[in-house]
Design a protein around this ligand. Structure first.
Ligand code: ZN
Length: 200
């Protein structure tokens, strides 16, 4: 691997839990081997998957203006965009805020569960590669930011309250980020390779 700070080429080593690998030239910490990363990531991905359903079906916010009150969840939001003929925006919103994050969570769940229960299949390699590949397309955080910006902008014109869906969506976002950060990707690749050799 390459040191991110000084570009020194270093041989990747499997290190013990609780220790970290440092660059011998500049001292930059290349990675920390945290404890039980795969189980933690599995638990977080399950929590995120549980939050997914209420995050999508419960209203994100309620808006009251001139005696009228309106609640809307994410799916209804995308449908409104479709009705107003913003087809590309509707499809992108639906894909990036719903489908891809869900698909990525399922991929992560599959990989971490397989490693936890000592199951191996050659599909796991492309599954984990696909998980990486889709990283740029999952935009839970961008959607969240969009909701917050619209609340700030609309707050002077209407009375706005965050719905249960908003808090579930925030929880989903936090758990997804933590599940990804908790995972040591080097360790996953190393363990997959070791399993492949053991099963051959
Ligand atoms: Zn270095």
């Amino acid at each position: 691997m390459l040191c991110a700070e000084c570009d020194l080429l270093i041989q990747n080593k499997i290190i013990e839990e609780g220790s970290y690998l440092k660059c011998p030239r500049c001292g930059h910490v290349l990675y920390k081997q945290k404890y039980n990363t795969i189980i933690k990531s599995l638990a977080l991905s399950i929590t995120a998957l549980i939050c997914f359903y209420p995050a999508v079906t419960e209203p994100i916010m309620s808006l009251s203006m001139g005696g009228k009150e309106q609640h809307q969840n994410i799916i209804e939001g995308a449908l409104v965009l479709l009705k107003e003929e913003h087809y590309i925006v509707a499809v992108l919103t639906f894909m990036c805020s719903l489908l891809i994050p869900l698909f990525r969570l399922l991929l992560l769940f599959y990989v971490t569960l397989s490693l936890s229960v000592n199951y191996f299949s050659p599909h796991l390699f492309w599954t984990f590669r696909l998980y990486h590949y889709m990283e740029e397309w999952g935009m839970l955080d961008v959607y969240m930011l969009g909701v917050i910006v619209s609340v700030v902008k609309l707050s002077s014109m209407a009375e706005i309250q965050f719905g249960f869906g908003f808090w579930m969506y925030a929880m989903l976002l936090i758990c997804s980020i933590m599940a990804n950060n908790e995972l040591n990707h080097h360790e996953v690749w190393d363990r997959l390779l070791a399993k492949k050799k053991a099963f051959q």
